[in-house]
Design a protein around this ligand. Sequence first.
Ligand code: SAM
Length: 285
Amino acid sequence: MVSVVERVLYSGRTKYQEVDVAVNDDYGKMLVLDGKLQSSTSDEFIYHEMLVHPALVTHGNPRDVLIIGGGEGATLREVLRYRSVRSATMVDIDGEVVEVCEKYLPEMHQGSFRDPRTRLVIGDGREYLRRTDERFDAIIVDATDPIEGGPSRLLYTLEFYELARSRLREGGILSTQGTSTFYNARTFATIVNTMSRVFPHVRGYQASIPSYISDWGFVVGSLGRDPASVTPEEAEARARELGLPELNYYEPAHHPHYFWLPPRVRRILAEERGISRDEEPVSVY
Ligand code: SAM
């Protein structure tokens, strides 16, 4: 039985969204944007490890990584674990959210904003990609769900993935959260379809996240190796070379098995034909 909010630590409204940091007996401290739980200190490791490591271990030598969104600094924390990483650029649209997270959620960022390899940019992630002449080994999209009128809606479209691909180096990789495979399986399937138009290898996968009360989807698109073709032995060797410590959820020895999806989700993937485009972007329903 899940308890309700015990205590509110911060509550405010930024130019883009409502922000709350609250405490719950079961899940610890929670970041809530526009009334939607983003992460909680008890289980954020599942989401952030699964967003970052399947992609970066598949890549094998990530040097320059771009994070779009990622307010809490926990995706940044996971990216900075790689000794190959020389720059981690995080572009979040909402500077006030980042400030609130830095102040109230140190358990999540664990000082990652102060790492000398970190470059924090406040701005729209897509606009940043459009203007930059930099090239990245990996792009991690850790944005809010696509909702009508929300700031992240155009981070899940064909045009966005084409732009992102053009800013990746040879063998580059992009991973994104893919919304709930339980409540929004068709949205997840549409993201997989859309990325499949742009990347030669695309894999959707999921992990169960207790505080979301759902299995959560992720999608990775690779210009190099098929993520599911990396064997446990290869993943373990890469993790060792890259200096990845023992984590709490992602385990290199299990790497290819993360790409299993249950039959219901596989059926929806096989049936869904939708492509998300700027003129009609996918959204959660
Ligand atoms: N774990 C999350 C979830 O539940 O899906 C996502 C976490 S993170 C807090 C989402 C971040 O994306 C927020 O900090 C928000 O400001 C940022 N964001 C939304 N739209 C964006 C955009 N267009 N460009 C950059 N950042 C964006």
